[in-house]
Design a binder for this molecule. Structure first.
Ligand code: IP8
Length: 251
């Protein structure tokens, strides 16, 4: 079995405090992974939280608006590398064979904004028994300089590349919520939930929950969105929270 797991940036950082790790939340997530990862291939992706998004907003950079400002690139990418180091350190400290992969070093978007992400290092590291840990980052973007590459985009690229059986997105909320705050059990089309999906409540240059749902609907494998408390359940093979299953999915 192979799983791709995204840890939302808001889960593992204090999202309103620049460059601050939520150490208790990160430790709990690492512990859940450490207890379950035995016998299962797992790729971890984490988002930006208060490391990437504040800098990206300061420099006016998003997934579509790029920058040629080298200070901006250094601020955003540097912050994401610092968060990645904190995540890898916590995982290895708890016995998970985690290794860092920085997407800015390899990914590109062409002039039509189509993303290309080499994945041979991810699959090879998995085969060699490591747990690759990627992160939302910047990406070289033809005609735009550097734009934001969200962790959700990485999940969409990685799931087919590693032939994932399961995709999980650990968010601060217990699933995708409707207007009344109730967890939506299953989403099959974006139109069915569009009105319920507002923007993110904190600085998020990647499109918030609406962007997340759109990206996950594009997967050929179903994805589940759940809160931190449900991470052990997801890693145990359950489908807590909201299942997002596009047209191509067969469950
Ligand atoms: O939090 C964004 O990743 P996300 C990364 O997964 C940056 O959207 C650089 C803001």
């Amino acid at each position: 079995m192979t799983a791709v797991l995204k840890l939302g940036g808001s889960v593992i950082t204090e999202k309103d405090e620049p460059e601050t790790v939520d150490t208790a939340a990160l430790s709990a997530a690492a512990s859940a992974i450490a207890e379950s990862a035995v016998g299962e291939d797992i790729v971890v992706v984490h988002g930006g939280g208060s490391f990437g998004h504040h800098h990206a907003a300061d420099y006016g950079v998003s997934t579509t608006a790029g920058t040629h400002d080298v200070d901006g690139v250094q601020a955003i990418h540097g912050a994401m590398c610092r968060l990645n180091a904190a995540v890898v350190d916590e995982l290895t400290g708890q016995g998970v064979p985690a290794v860092p992969i920085h997407p800015f070093s390899a990914a590109t978007r062409d002039a039509d904004s189509d993303l290309s992400l080499p994945t041979a290092q991810v699959t090879t590291l998995l085969d060699e028994g490591f747990v690759p840990v990627l992160h939302g980052d910047l990406v070289a973007h033809a005609g735009a300089g550097a734009t934001v590459l969200s962790g959700d985009e990485l999940v969409v690229e990685l799931a087919p590349a590693v032939d994932a059986d399961r995709v999980g997105v650990c968010s601060t909320v217990p699933g995708v919520l409707d207007e009344d705050g109730t967890v939506i059990d299953r989403i099959e089309t974006f139109e069915a939930v569009a009105s319920a999906l507002g923007g993110s409540d904190a600085t998020d240059v990647s499109g918030g929950m609406a962007g997340k749902v759109r990206a996950l609907l594009a997967l050929s494998a179903p994805a589940v969105v759940f809160g931190p408390d449900a991470l052990p359940a997801f890693l145990a093979g359950e489908s807590p929270g909201t299942t997002i299953a596009g047209d191509d999915d067969d469950w």
